[in-house]
Design a protein around this ligand. Structure first.
Ligand code: TTP
Ligand code: MG
Length: 390
C-alpha cells in the first residue's frame, strides 16, 4: 500500500517551510531482520551451562597474548560491568571481579557451524535473504516458501526453529524496510519480537538514540551531537538541505531513512558479482602522488565494503578515465583471495604501472573486486585480533 504525507514546520519568524519529502512510502514489502542474542557467549553457555550465572567474556586471554586481544562479545551479566564487543580484553579483566569472571577463548569453528544451521533455516523460508554477519540476516518474506501471509507467524516460526535446533534465542524485527527491521530486532533483546507498522514508523524512530541507527557511524554521530541531535526526533526535525549540506550523499540516504523510506533491496549474496568504488575528480589528477593517494583511499573503501559483506575476491579491476573521457580498464587475477586494503592498494598500483600512462590528466579512478566468495569468519576475526588495542 502506498500513501502520501507532508511535514510542515513553522520557524520562529512565522514563515512556513515545507520540508522536501512529500514522497510516497512503499510499504508493500515484508522484511524480517534476525539477530542472535549475545551470539558467541550464548553458544559457550549452551556448551557449559554453569557459565550462565557468571560474567562471561569471549576473548583470547590477554595474559597469554602480551596484553593483546579484543572482546568478541560478552553475556548480559558481563555487560552490566560495562564490557562490550571490540573492547580490549585486558580492560574487561579490569572491570569484572575475578570471582565473577569467566574468560573463554573464541571457538570459531563452532560458531560457524551454528551460523550454518540458522542460515539453513532462513533458506527454508525464502531464497531472498541477505547475511550480514555470522548471526544476523535480513529476509524478504513478501513471498515465501511457507506460503504464509502473516509475517508475525513467519518470524515466530524462525525463532522457534532456531531455538529447537540450536538451543539458542534470537531477536527479530519486522517491518516494510531493512532499516526499520534492523532497529526493531535490537529493540527488545533477548528473545524479542518487534513489529513496526508503517503508521508508527516515524513515532517509533523518534525515541531511538542516533547510535542505534544503521548508517550513522562514529564521525556522523559526533557531528550530530555537536549539532545537539541525539534522538530520532531530533533527526526528523532537520531539513533535507541540512542533511545534504552536512553529510552529502549519505546524508540524503539517512534523511530518507529517518523519514520512513529505505528502498534498498534484500540482496542475496549469491547473486553478487562484484564490489567496487570509483571517484570522479573535479580537478584532474596530474602527479603520481595525487594518483597514489586516491588509489589508497579507494582501496580502503573497497576493503571496508568487502569486510562489511564478508566477501573476498580473486580479481582486481582498475579503471582509469582521462580528461578526454577515454576509459581504460585492466584486470589481474590471483590464486588467492584478496580483501585487505594494503593488498588491494599494492595490486592497484601494480596495474596502474602496467598501464604506462604518459600524459597524466586523470578524471576518474575506480577499483573493483570480482570473482567473489564468502570470507570465512576465522579470516575476519584474525584481522580483528591483529589490530592494536587502544
Ligand atoms: P552482535 O550481533 O553485534 O552481538 P551479540 O550477538 O554478541 O549480542 P546482541 O545480543 O547484542 O546481538 O555480534 C554477533 C557476534 O559477532 C558476537 O557474538 C561476536 C562477534 N563480534 C565480534 O567478534 N566482534 C565485534 O566487534 C562484534 C560487534 C561482534
Ligand atoms: Mg547478535
Amino acid at each position: 500500500m502506498i500513501y502520501y504525507w507532508h511535514k510542515i514546520i513553522i520557524n520562529g519568524c512565522g514563515n512556513i517551510t515545507f520540508l522536501k519529502i512529500p514522497t510516497k512510502i512503499d510499504s508493500s514489502r515484508k522484511v524480517i531482520h534476525v539477530d542472535m542474542d549475545a551470539f558467541f557467549a550464548s553458544v559457550e553457555e549452551r556448551e557449559n551451562p554453569q557459565y550462565k550465572k557468571k560474567a562471561l567474556v569471549v576473548a583470547p586471554d590477554p595474559r597469554k597474548h602480551n596484553h593483546h586481544g579484543v572482546v568478541t562479545t560478552a553475556n548480559y551479566n558481563a555487560r552490566k560491568y560495562g564490557v562490550h564487543s571490540a573492547m580490549p580484553a585486558q580492560k574487561a579483566l579490569d572491570l569484572i571481579p575475578s570471582s565473577e569472571l569467566v574468560l573463554k577463548d573464541p571457538n570459531f569453528t563452532l560458531y560457524q557451524e551454528v551460523s550454518q544451521q540458522i542460515h539453513d533455516i532462513f533458506s527454508d523460508v525464502t531464497d531472498v535473504y541477505e547475511s550480514v554477519a555470522l548471526d544476523e540476516a535480513y529476509l524478504d518474506v513478501t513471498e515465501n516458501k511457507l506460503d504464509e501471509t502473516n509475517t508475525i507467524k513467519i518470524a515466530n516460526y524462525i525463532q522457534q526453529r532456531i531455538l529447537k535446533e540450536t538451543g539458542l534465542t534470537s531477536s527479530v524485527g519486522i517491518s516494510y524496510n531493512k532499516f526499520l527491521a534492523k532497529i526493531a530486532s535490537g529493540y527488545r533483546k533477548p528473545f524479542g519480537r518487534t513489529i513496526v507498522l508503517k503508521e508508527y514508523a516515524l513515532e517509533f524512530m523518534s525515541n531511538i538514540p542516533i547510535e542505534k541507527f544503521n548508517g550513522i557511524g562514529k564521525v556522523m554521530q559526533e557531528k550530530l551531537h555537536s549539532m545537539d541531535v541525539y534522538t530520532g526526533a531530533d533527526l526528523q526535525d532537520l531539513s533535507q538541505d541540512t542533511f545534504l549540506n552536512t553529510f552529502g550523499k549519505m546524508g540524503y540516504i539517512m534523511y530518507r531513512r529517518i523519514n520512513g523510506i529505505d528502498e534498498a533491496p534484500v540482496n542475496n549474496l549469491r547473486e553478487r558479482k562484484s564490489i567496487g568504488r570509483e571517484r570522479t575528480f573535479t580537478q584532474n589528477l596530474v602527479t603520481d602522488e595525487q594518483i597514489f593517494k586516491e588509489l589508497k583511499r579507494i582501496s580502503e573503501m573497497v576493503s571496508a565494503d568487502l569486510s562489511k559483506k564478508r566477501l573476498h575476491g580473486k580479481t582486481i579491476v582498475l579503471k582509469v578515465r582521462d580528461d578526454q573521457f577515454e576509459t581504460t580498464t585492466k584486470r589481474m587475477t590471483f590464486q588467492d583471495y584478496i580483501y585487505e586494503q594494503d593488498d588491494i592498494y599494492r595490486i592497484a598500483l601494480d596495474i596502474y604501472d602496467k598501464l604506462d600512462i604518459v600524459d597524466k590528466k586523470i578524471r576518474l579512478l575506480g577499483i573493483t573486486l570480482t570473482n567473489l566468495d564468502s570470507l570465512s569468519f576465522e579470516e575476519l576475526s584474525l584481522n580483528l585480533f591483529s589490530k592494536e588495542d587502544n
